[in-house]
Design a protein around this ligand. Structure first.
Ligand code: ISE
Length: 343
């Protein structure tokens, strides 16, 4: 079976997903496109031979569309995701699931009403080979329980439109989700440390900053967010456990030695660094749609990340010190989910 996919809001991330589905992955075909900018929808659809729809609602209703991919602007996600759920169609939604916890709760309510999981959230790091190996080591128990995790999330630069809160809800959201998954528990507090600011930033930003999270069992996670580091896209993570440590290795593809010394090739952005993760993530989604069993990061994960982000943004923007994180109890509907990963 070929899963016929309709994409809503094909921006940069959406384009990258379309290229993967069209040129690399098996089992899926993009047949429909909608965008608030009709010229953009046409430009994306034409080379694919896909149909342009005037809006997300008509694309979701279309008989020729089996599954929906939402890659529009975050605040627009809720409407499309809920419509897709109501139409009984599986939906892959880029992060964030929605920008507020309240909107995520509405999505969860729609999914519970539909009676089956239909939403996969685009937290791609769970599909990254190196994070998966770190998780296997921790789950294996040989180095004991994790006590602390040191993370760094460094972007070369960000545009002026990147607002102060985005350091948490656009950038740190990746570590928030990955650490919940890696540790298998929720966070209970958040605080933000504000080091000396780089001169290479727009003045409205606190850059760098360190988000510090504490989990239910007391694991301390620190996450350095530095979005103007200039030199490259650098993602680091070291878990310190009772009898050992495990960390992501340097992500270089090649090492070069020459008269200037010994160099690593660094990634330049997330599309480059997480290339393999995006591929595995989307292939897993297509397979799960074929099997009629949506899996991977769920609406619950989208909600939990949003709640932690809210606490982090409060700590950052209101100088609120240690902020308690309060979530609803995890609904039974979302218990016992497994992430299906396709090698
Ligand atoms: C961006 O939206 C992403 O999702 C990237 O993975 C992250 O590195 C970047 O900071 C965000 O702005």
């Amino acid at each position: 079976m070929t899963v016929r996919i309709g994409i809503i809001g094909p921006g940069g991330m959406g384009e990258a997903h379309i290229q993967r589905i069209t040129n690399l992955l098996s089992g899926g075909k993009v047949v429909a496109v909608a965008d608030i900018n009709p010229a953009r929808a046409k430009a994306v659809a034409e080379p694919l031979g896909a149909t342009v729809y005037p809006d997300g609602a008509s694309l979701i209703r279309a008989e020729e569309v089996d599954a929906i991919m939402v890659t529009s602007f975050g605040p627009a996600h809720e409407e499309s995701v809920i419509r897709a759920i109501e139409a009984g169609k599986p939906v892959f939604c880029e992060k964030p699931l929605a920008p507020t916890a309240a909107a995520c709760l509405r999505i969860m309510a729609a999914e519970e009403k539909a009676g089956r999981r239909l939403v996969q959230v685009g937290f791609m790091r769970r599909y990254d080979a190196s994070y998966r190996q770190m998780k296997a080591v921790l789950d294996g128990g040989e180095i004991g329980e994790a006590l602390m995790v040191h993370c760094a999330h460094r972007n070369p630069t960000v545009p002026e439109s990147y607002t102060a809160d985005m350091a948490i809800n656009d950038t740190a959201i990746h570590e928030i989700d990955t650490m919940r998954w890696l540790l298998g528990e929720e966070f209970v507090t958040a605080r933000v440390d504000k080091p000396k600011k780089t001169r290479n930033r727009f003045s409205h930003l606190q850059d760098p900053l360190v988000l510090i999270l504490e989990s239910e069992s007391g694991v301390r996670v620190d996450d350095e967010i530095f979005v103007n580091i200039q030199y490259g896209y650098d993602i680091r993570c070291e878990a310190v456990a009772e009898k050992g440590t495990v960390s992501l290795a340097d992500q270089n593809l090649i090492e070069r030695r020459d008269g200037g010394g010994h160099h690593n090739q660094l990634a330049t952005d997330h599309i480059d660094r997480f290339d393999g993760a995006f591929t595995t993530e989307l292939q897993a989604w297509i397979r799960s749609v074929e099997a009629g069993q949506t899996s991977g990061p769920s609406s619950w994960d989208g909600y939990a990340a949003a709640v932690v982000c809210d606490a982090g943004v409060k700590a950052l923007t209101e100088d609120a010190g240690v902020v308690a994180i309060t979530m609803i109890a995890k609904p039974a509907f979302y218990a016992n989910e497994k992430a299906v990963v396709v090698a």
